[in-house]
Design a protein around this ligand. Sequence first.
Ligand code: OGA
Ligand code: MN
Length: 293
Amino acid sequence: MSFTITPVKEHIGAIVRIDDKAHLLDDDLIAACRAALETAGVLVFPQLNLTDKEQLAFTDKFGERVNFSKTVPGGKDADEADVYKITLDKKVNTEPDYVLGTFFWHMDGVTIDQPLPKATFLSARKLSATGGQTEFASTIAAYEGLSEARKAEIADLKVIHRMEASMRPIHHTEIPDERLNRYRSMAVEMVHPLVWTQPDGRKSLVLGTHADEVIGMPLATGRSLLARLSEWAAQPAYSYSHEWQEGDFVIWNNCGVMHRVVPYEDDSGRSMHRTTIMGTERLGRPLKELQAA
Ligand code: OGA
Ligand code: MN
């Protein structure tokens, strides 16, 4: 056996230990990781110290590489194309918004009109002295744990997701026009089902700060429902907080977990290298398309 996969908690998290990094692309390891990603949601490979090239090779073996971050700082100045540098370092990142937005619960790529990214892969290159833990919450376990009455109540709800909603927490009372225009030019208002039936039949909740409005509900009622469901999903039984070591490689099922990072300072030096793979299901539709129909 060249690797082991050990669960962290009943509902979320597993540690993958490989005896030799040279085995990272072995078919049996990839197959086992794909299966574990479905059951555990988050896989931690301690101190793997991948180069960008190695991370891309693993990413490509796992699925179809996608880059939806090309237009933001960090998206084009990595050594390798399709590797996005997540950092608040002002020398690399002149537009910190998108990284500050990661301080709040979200799923990646929800406000882009494309299949929801299946998985995100993150290598820790440099850590911050304080904060910087990444937290994950299983939106599959959270759905399964709801009462039957609650499940029935939310079964058919549709939610409008907006990038500007995920950016509201990082601005004072109003988002400056220049920023608002930028968000609107980069993203699409998307309508997604609140309850998503996954290809394997399991159901999950589609949640995050980008979830802005429940269609057919008064604004405050809908937002309260979304906030309550997020709090529910974030309870300890369904969530895992990763305390990074330099070189750790963590991958998560973006379709079955939401995530956020504990705040860190912009001069902390924290730097993470991210790659992403495409999903297969076009979950929602642009609001505009639905309004035109
Ligand atoms: C991301 C993200 C969290 C982190 O890359 O999409 O949310 O810990 N990152 O930097
Ligand atoms: Mn993210």
